[in-house]
Design a protein around this ligand. Structure first.
Ligand SMILES: [Fe+2]
Length: 418
């Protein structure tokens, strides 16, 4: 739990961080929505402010006046309890309010939030929790902003760069022979889930026991160069490696490589936030669907780890989350080469074979905030470990991300188990 003093500091840092991410994109980049999953950056800027406005300021700050009540229709995402909202697919049709106006909205909310925090004291634990939730929510939107900006720029025929920084990936330190190392999990009963009195999302609870049959978890995630062998083996043309849904999915969408990969004159390139680059074979593969991760595992006669195996392996390997992991504010905006670290944290979210479902003892909150996670516990898979788009102070060992099996615009890769 934060003290009020550092909560105010964190509030300002998070809010500024979001705007920093949009600093180098154009006014036009702020508006477009090339596919339904990708929200316009200006919508993220508005929605993350709306969250503080409707869940904290309106119910709890006396004399607070809504900035513009009509914004509540524009910036509600999926909260049925918060009333009608614009269709998700129509977010990109909003030329108004102009981005400038949304930045003014943010300033208005920030001034109110900072004033509101001054009226709190340390015993207002419920309100402190709500503010932390708002900040964690905004950090999730920072990550989404990176995905969405990458999609907007990476699907533009000019392949514009977002950031000049190209991570140094030459001369990986890990020789191929060491790449096969594994983390051994002994058979036994372990505990996973959140334990402690800091912030966590409701679905990380309860801390509970799991039985693990004994497993070997690959020490490193699968790399682009390894994934290239999978492609060159013709695996995208062989139904025997694919889940039935996955086979339909790659046929229907004519998928033959990860998102952002391009084969130009027999050479593989990939779009990164530094622009179109020669495919870097030494960094973890990213932007593959669950179906592709699963097919790769079958092709290797291995499997994906369960989320329990992943968490137990992470707890076994690390006392705390490594400070040098490749998270958002390292500002690499891309995976980096193996350097001996197992990369359980950072670089790519790792698909697990676990469906997103309630842990034993899970209690869904009442009211609108109960809609945050609980209603998504259907047909989605859990991913673990955070990515180069995740703020380092947002992730935990017990953190459970979740996406549908066909999604791959998020920064997702995988490691194997057996
Ligand atoms: Fe949201």
């Amino acid at each position: 739990m934060h003290t009020l003093q550092n909560l105010k500091k964190k509030y300002s840092e998070v809010r500024q961080g979001t705007e920093y991410l949009c600093k180098n994109i154009s006014a036009e980049d702020h508006v477009v929505q090339p596919i339904e999953d990708v929200s316009p950056p200006k919508w993220h800027l508005g929605h993350s402010s709306w969250f503080f406005e409707v869940f904290i300021l309106m119910p709890y700050m006396k004399a607070f006046k809504a900035y513009k009540p009509e914004y509540h229709f524009l910036f509600n995402s999926y909260y049925e309890s918060m009333g009608d909202r614009i269709l998700r697919a129509n977010r990109g049709n909003l030329s108004r309010p102009a981005s400038e106006e949304i930045y003014s909205y943010r300033k208005y909310i920030d001034a109110a939030m900072l004033a509101f925090m001054d009226t709190l004291n340390e015993t207002d634990t419920k309100l402190i929790y709500l503010i932390e939730l708002g900040l964690n929510h905004e950090q999730q939107h920072q990550e989404l902003l990176v995905y969405d900006i990458k999609y907007i720029l990476g699907n533009n025929p000019l392949f514009p760069a977002y950031s000049e920084k190209i991570p140094t990936t030459e001369n990986p330190v890990i020789p191929a022979s060491d790449k096969n190392e594994a983390i051994r999990l002994e058979e036994g009963v372990y505990s996973i889930g959140y334990q402690g009195n800091g912030f966590c999302f409701d679905h990380e609870r309860e801390h509970h026991k799991v039985y693990i049959n004994g497993a070997m978890i690959d020490k490193y995630p699968v790399l682009n160069g390894e994934y290239l062998e999978f492609i060159h083996s013709g695996a995208y043309e062989k139904f025997e490696f694919w889940l039935s849904e996955g086979w339909d999915y790659i046929q229907r969408n004519r998928i033959r490589a990860p998102l952002y990969w391009h084969r130009i004159d027999n050479t593989w390139w990939h779009y990164t936030l530094s622009g179109l680059q020669l495919l870097d074979e030494n960094i973890p593969v990213s932007h593959v669907s669950y179906y592709e991760a699963d097919a790769y595992a079958r092709w290797k006669n291995k499997r994906l780890p369960t989320e329990a195996e992943w968490e137990v392996a992470a707890l076994q390997e690390h006392e705390k989350i490594p400070g040098n992991a490749n998270f958002l504010w390292a500002k690499n905006f891309e995976c980096t080469a193996l350097n001996g670290d197992n990369k359980l944290f950072g670089d790519v979210w790792e698909w697990t074979s676990s469906a997103f479902a309630a842990y034993p003892g899970y209690i869904q909150e009442r009211g609108a905030l109960g809609e945050y996670n609980g209603k998504f516990m259907i047909n989605q898979m859990v991913l673990r470990g955070g990515s180069y788009a995740t703020p380092a102070d947002h992730i935990r060992f017990s953190y459970r991300n979740f996406f549908h099996s066909n999604k791959r615009w998020q920064v997702c890769g995988f490691r194997l188990a057996q």
